[in-house]
Design a protein. Structure first.
Length: 358
């Protein structure tokens, strides 16, 4: 009998990379006969539609999530909280092993600060295993919590994104040089700097257009308003297109209409969209702070550039050699298809669960 897995996350408001990871893991485990249940205050319809034979329990709010987990934990063999601060919602002591998927550190660490001693001790005392996505995340987590985590690289739907399709002309930019960034609008994704970089590029490529996907018009945050202000300040209103969160089909279609994919982000997330774009054959530029930049460099999957004039030069160089760059990207992306699979990700998680139960 396979162990029963309780997956916990504090929100599924959108279907982003972290949510995709949970749905792929859940579906893999369910397919391999692990009883799986996901506990969360709320799950958006797009996320629910990705689940197959997986129970999902929506608790309504975070206090109820805490209560549900406390009351029902004894029915499971392993608890698998995802992201921060879900781990901190869970009571101590819990008898079953806790395997924490920590995709990124708390906001205070991202901003250069440190966690308090109480959180550090709580994590050390209550967590049996910790899983992170990259070697950089491993270094950062060990420095933050004093625990050595396990690296489990995410999967990518390489076959789907690399498929040679004729894209639908949803952008109406066939005669333009299209630059795309995908990600939730936040300071770590650095869209304000993206707009500044794009402004400089337009001086050399008048037909350049910028697509910013991941914009939530209903969530007018201070940062998203700063992006708008920067666009207006630079007079780029007619050259920047905002797109909401996209499903896989629309994302692939976006990639296929893109000439260069950029990710001038700080050291937070963005892994799946970068590897999806590369799988789709899109020449890609990431910052040195991108948490998987070592993989990009080692396997020549794209370019790594500082977020200064060098980033602008990298875009212009790709523009001047676009055919060659696309061909090279498509060839090197085959590494992704062989090594970054959800099957391998799920198999590694099975090993981690087995070790946690010993």
């Amino acid at each position: 009998m396979k162990p029963e897995i309780m997956i916990v996350n504090n929100r599924f408001n959108i279907l982003g990379g972290a949510e995709k990871l949970i749905s792929e893991l859940s579906n893999y485990l369910a397919y391999h006969n692990y009883p799986v249940a996901i506990f969360t205050p709320f799950a958006c319809p797009d996320f629910k539609q990705t689940l197959k034979e997986v129970r999902i329990i929506e608790t309504g709010n975070e206090q109820n999530l805490f209560n549900y987990v406390s009351a029902l934990a004894h029915k499971f063999d392993i608890i698998n909280p995802h992201n921060h601060p879900t781990e901190l919602y869970l009571p101590y002591p819990i008898k079953l092993p806790k395997v924490w998927q920590c995709n990124e550190p708390p906001e205070t660490v991202l901003r250069g600060g440190s966690i308090d001693a109480g959180e550090r001790e709580y994590v050390r005392r209550t967590t049996k295993k910790v899983v992170v996505l990259t070697n950089y995340d491993k270094f950062r987590f060990e420095k933050t919590y004093g625990i050595e985590p396990v690296v489990n690289l995410p999967g990518v739907d390489y076959g789907y994104f690399s498929e040679n399709i004729k894209p639908r002309n949803t952008l109406n930019m066939k005669d333009n040089f299209v630059i795309t960034q995908v990600g939730y609008f936040t300071w770590t994704k650095n869209q304000v700097r993206t707009v500044e970089i794009f402004s400089e590029v337009t001086k050399e490529i008048p037909k350049a257009k910028l697509v910013l996907a991941g914009y939530d018009a209903n969530a007018k945050t201070d940062y998203s308003m700063n992006v708008h202000k920067k666009i207006e300040e630079l007079g780029l209103e007619d050259d920047v297109l905002f797109i909401d969160f996209l499903n896989e089909e629309d994302l692939r279609n976006l990639y296929k209409q893109t000439n260069v994919f950029i990710s001038p982000i700080l050291d937070q997330g963005g892994i799946l969209s970068v590897f999806e774009a590369i799988s789709a054959g899109v020449p890609t530029i990431v910052s040195p702070y991108f948490v998987a930049s070592d993989i990009i460099k080692e396997h020549n999957l794209g370019r790594i550039s500082d977020i200064d004039e060098n980033f602008i030069k990298a875009i212009l160089d790709i523009y001047s050699n676009l055919g060659e760059e696309k061909q090279k990207t498509a060839e090197n992306a085959k590494w992704i298809g062989k090594n970054l699979t959800w099957k391998r990700f799920g198999e590694k998680y099975e090993e981690i669960f087995e070790e946690a139960l010993r």
